[in-house]
Ligand binder design. Structure first.
Ligand SMILES: [Zn+2]
Length: 220
């Protein structure tokens, strides 16, 4: 396992990535936690996964895990980063718009204005992940962009519904950018908000581990 600086924030905080490399022909999975700083459930889940991988990594996958993609937001307990930008509305999608639905969803002054997303776009370009899991919290659901048999296994284990469409447009989101525009299947995993952390470790970490077993079968 390698730990490296994936990128940094406006204030200079490092984004840490944990990387497991196996055979180059194995699929590459990217897992993000903490995109929204006021959704600790996703960070807890990412840290639970990290603990599992450190103990025993036996997946036929190349895997990159970033437990806190938005460390400023996590520390400030805000959805956005220190610039108050919603990183999941700031990616350079075709439909990106400077107009925010509400102040919570401030997409920034320009698409990809934020350093976190500059690092993410660069990573997607150079590493070309085969599937992306992004861990959030809201209403319990598995929001899929692209074909995701992983979601079916996770749904069976959690009872969470699979929603191929979240119900409203999300310009600048990772699901739209990677899932719809780059054809990288993307699972936006919405853990139920405010459930106890131990429940996340008991239910959602094993569900994602089962999903990753399915990801092993993806073609490079
Ligand atoms: Zn979120």
């Amino acid at each position: 396992m390698k730990i490296y600086k994936f990128g940094e924030t406006t204030l200079g905080l490092p984004l840490h990535a944990f990387e497991w490399k196996t055979e180059p022909q194995n699929p590459h999975v990217l897992i993000l936690g903490g995109v929204h700083g006021d959704e600790p459930e996703g960070v807890v889940c990412a840290r639970g996964l990290l603990q599992n991988f450190i103990e025993n990594f036996d997946f036929k996958l190349n895997l990159t895990l970033i437990p806190e993609f938005n460390p400023e937001g996590v520390l400030l307990k805000t959805r956005g980063n220190s610039n108050k930008v919603d990183l999941n509305r700031n990616l350079p999608t075709k439909d990106w718009s400077p107009v925010a639905a509400t102040v919570r969803y401030y997409p920034g002054p320009a698409a990809m204005s934020e350093k976190e997303n500059q690092a993410l776009v660069e990573f997607i370009k150079t590493e070309q992940p085969d599937v992306i899991y992004s861990l959030h919290s809201w209403k319990p659901m598995l929001n899929t962009n692209g074909l995701l048999p992983e979601a079916e296994v996770i749904s069976k284990m959690t009872g969470y519904v699979i929603e191929p469409d979240i119900g409203y447009p999300t310009p600048g989101s990772l699901g739209t950018y990677a899932g719809l525009e780059k054809n990288i299947p993307t699972l936006t995993y919405e853990i139920e908000r405010d459930i106890p952390f131990d429940q996340i470790l008991r239910i959602h970490v094993p569900a994602i581990l089962a999903g990753l077993k399915i990801s092993e079968g993806r073609k490079k």
